[in-house]
Structure formats: C-alpha cells, structure tokens
Design a binder for this molecule. Structure first.
Ligand SMILES: *Cc1c(COP(=O)(O)O)cnc(C)c1O
Length: 396
C-alpha cells in the first residue's frame, strides 16, 4: 500500500483554487515519443506548433548518433563542477568552438539558460551596480537581478529612450540586459541603438539570444550578426542549446576578464555539476550542423514557413506581432479566450499552448505559435485554415 500523503495546509489549497478560478492553472502534459512536429498525447496524434526546436534538430539522426557515441566513449556524467574535476576535454572543445564561431575571447558553459542568466546578472549586479532591463525580458534575467540585490529598474519594451532615461537617472554605471528575440513576442530588440547608448554611458550590455542563435543572421550567429554587432559592441552574449540547437544547456560568451570574474563570483556557475560530456559532444555536433549547408537549408525552410504564416495571418482579427522570427504569437487578450482557442485547435489535431500571465502581461494572453524548419508548407496551411475557421466562428 502507498503511504498516505501528509495533509495539505489550507493556504496551498486556497492558492490552487484561486489559480483555477482565474483561468491561470497550469499542468504538465505528457508527450509520447521524441520531440518533433508530430507528437502523440494521451494516445492522440497531433501536429505541434509549440516547441522551440526551431531547426528540427532535437531528433536529428546525426545528433542522436553523436550522443550515443559520446556516452560510450566519455561516459554519461561529468562527476563534478567545472572548478573541481568535472571540466573534461569535450567541454573545453565546445567552449573553444563557440568562442571561435561568435568571435568572443571566452565561453563558459551552463546546464541551463536559466542558470546562465542567474549567474551573470547576480554576479555583476550589486548594491553599487544597478541593473536595467527590458520590461519583457525572460524571467531568468529578472530573477538574476532580484538575487543580485542591485537597484533594479525595467524600461518600456524595446524603447531605447526609456532605457537611456533610466541609465541617466542612475548615479553609477551598471548592467543593461535585453533579450535578443523576445520569447513571448518574437520581435527583436533595437540592439544597435542599445549597444551605442550603453557604451556611451559605460554601462555593460548583455544580450540573451536564446531564440536568435542558430536561426538568424549569417552562419546562424543570431540577432547580433543580424544587427551587424560583435564582441566589441556587446560585452556579454548568452545563448541556449535547448532551442534551435535541439539539445540542452547554455553558454555565456565574453572577454577573458569577464570570464575570469564570473568564474570567481558567479555562484550558479561554481556550485553545480558540469553538463554531461555526452550533452557537450551533442551540442558540438549540433553546431556543426547549424554551420553546414544543411543548417543553411533549414534556416531557409524556417524563413519560408514564417513568410507563409504571416501572409495568411494578415487576414485575422487578432493582433499580430511585429515578428519575423519563428515565434508568431496571436494576442487575444483574455485568459479564457486563449484557452478556448487552444482547445479548439487541439480538437482539430493541432497542439499549441495558450500563454497567460504571469508569463505575459495581464490582458495579453495569447496563442504562441512557433514554427520549425521541419514543418511543411502543408502543415502551415492546415494551421492557418483551422485558425481561419476558429476566428470566423468567433466573429459570428
Ligand atoms: C528559454 C529561455 C531561457 C532559459 O533557457 P533554458 O535553457 O531553457 O533554461 C532564457 N532566456 C530566454 C529568452 C529564453 O527564451
């Protein structure tokens, strides 16, 4: 017999009830089989438009082989943190390849993007070094600022003047952080102007390019490459391996001195086990694919799916974002309506989650559609036809 769980305190029951009544309740949904544009949930097949596997690499045969081979050769666990004895040859090789690809002195590896952002912002921000960031930045950057204990302000989304105002109001120079591509909106930050404004004021700019790397710019080098920026203009670049790379983990690219500083002071770098060597080897393989002819072809297919989707979406009554990225949200406003549309899509065999507060601001609940290089034009057309019908019915 299973032991009975301890009784639940009332405040927990109350909080859960409140979430439900606000249409804000979240649950984990189980997917059978590998991540792909075709998934199965509770025995039903679905066409998925909600993963961040933008290039379709999560189930790529070469990457799977790389991980299997690496596991056999190097084992599955790193055994320790980077600073104790967990930093293996393969970690060093991956760091070097990333640094060369992006044109930075140094790269540090992390097990997740969440930790990379916590590490950088919490180590660099302090009582005397304020942190300023875009209002729509990822939660991990915000949490990093809170952990740092630094004076922390957020500027209006994508608004360089608002960022400048906050910087000018500060007595000391600090850290300016922005997403490259915004995760729930898909638009790109005004990186060139932010870089100029930060440099003119001796502020240190950090760009989180979780959604740009692999997808955008020459050689897939992301939002910086697209804006004509590099290490000389953006001192800190963070990227993840769980999205376009199709694997898991993250990195921070920076100067020699910044890397050394983070190595001494970034607690989420110091006090955690290094990523599995098999994961590092797979990310290295993924980088190879991203930079190859095949990677380029995948970026082209993704771009063509984005173009097709946007040409169809122009007819819908809902607000479409100024996004040319794989992230194409349809803002519907109320939590209930977003959930209802997501349910109707599901009834037609399409998986696409409703995104609600606190992930996005109140009254901007949305259907967050993500496109992949693995989607065919037929897939995208089926999605658009289905949304046509849903919006039509809503309008009646
Ligand atoms: C996903 C994401 C992260 C977190 O990366 P994980 O590797 O999933 O922890 C950080 N920043 C942005 C903008 C993201 O979209």
């Amino acid at each position: 017999m299973m032991p009975a769980s301890a009784s639940t305190p009332d405040w927990i029951k109350q909080a859960l009830k409140e979430r439900k009544s606000q249409d804000l309740y979240r649950s984990v949904r189980k997917i059978a089989g590998p991540q792909s544009t075709r998934v199965s949930q509770e025995g039903q097949p679905y066409l998925s438009f909600c993963s961040n596997d933008y290039l379709g690499l999560a189930n790529h045969p070469d990457l799977k082989q790389a991980m299997a081979d690496a596991a056999l050769e190097m084992g599955v666990g790193s055994g320790a943190s980077h600073l104790v004895c967990g930093h293996l040859d393969i970690h060093a090789a991956l760091e070097k390849a990333l640094a060369q690809w992006l044109g930075y002195d140094r790269v540090l590896l992390f097990s997740t993007g969440y930790m990379a952002n916590l590490a950088v912002i919490s180590a660099l921000g302090s009582k005397d070094r304020p942190v300023i960031m875009d209002k729509l930045n990822h939660a991990s950057l915000i949490d990093g600022a809170q952990l740092s204990g630094a004076p922390f302000r957020r500027y209006l989304h994508g608004d360089v003047q608002s960022a400048e105002k906050l910087m000018d109001r500060s007595d000391q120079a600090g850290i300016l952080a922005t997403d490259g591509v915004f995760s729930m909106d898909g638009d790109i930050a005004p990186l060139k102007l932010l870089a100029e404004s930060a440099a003119a004021r001796q502020w240190t700019l950090m760009v989180d390019d979780a959604h740009g790397l692999g997808c955008l710019g020459d050689d897939g080098r992301g939002a910086l490459a697209l804006a004509g920026l590099d290490a000389s203009k953006v001192p800190l670049l963070m990227g993840t391996f769980g999205k376009a790379f199709g694997v898991a983990g993250a990195f921070v690219a920076c100067s020699e001195d910044l890397a050394e500083y983070l190595t001494q002071f970034a607690r989420p770098f110091i006090y955690t086990t290094a990523m599995s060597p098999a994961v590092a080897a797979t990310v290295l393989k993924s980088l190879e694919v991203i930079r190859s002819e095949e990677g380029q072809a995948r970026r082209r297919r993704l771009a063509s799916n984005i173009e097709l989707f946007r040409s169809r979406a122009a007819d819908w009554p809902a607000q479409l974002m100024a996004s040319n990225s794989a992230i194409q949200p349809i803002i519907v406003g109320s939590n209930g309506l977003a959930l209802a549309i997501s349910e109707q899509l599901k009834a037609k065999g399409i998986l696409c989650t409703a995104i609600r507060p606190p992930t996005v601001p109140v009254n901007t609940a949305r259907i967050r559609i993500t496109l992949s290089a693995e989607h065919s034009h037929t897939d995208v057309i089926y999605l658009c036809d289905t949304l046509d019908r849903i919006f039509n019915d809503l309008g009646k």
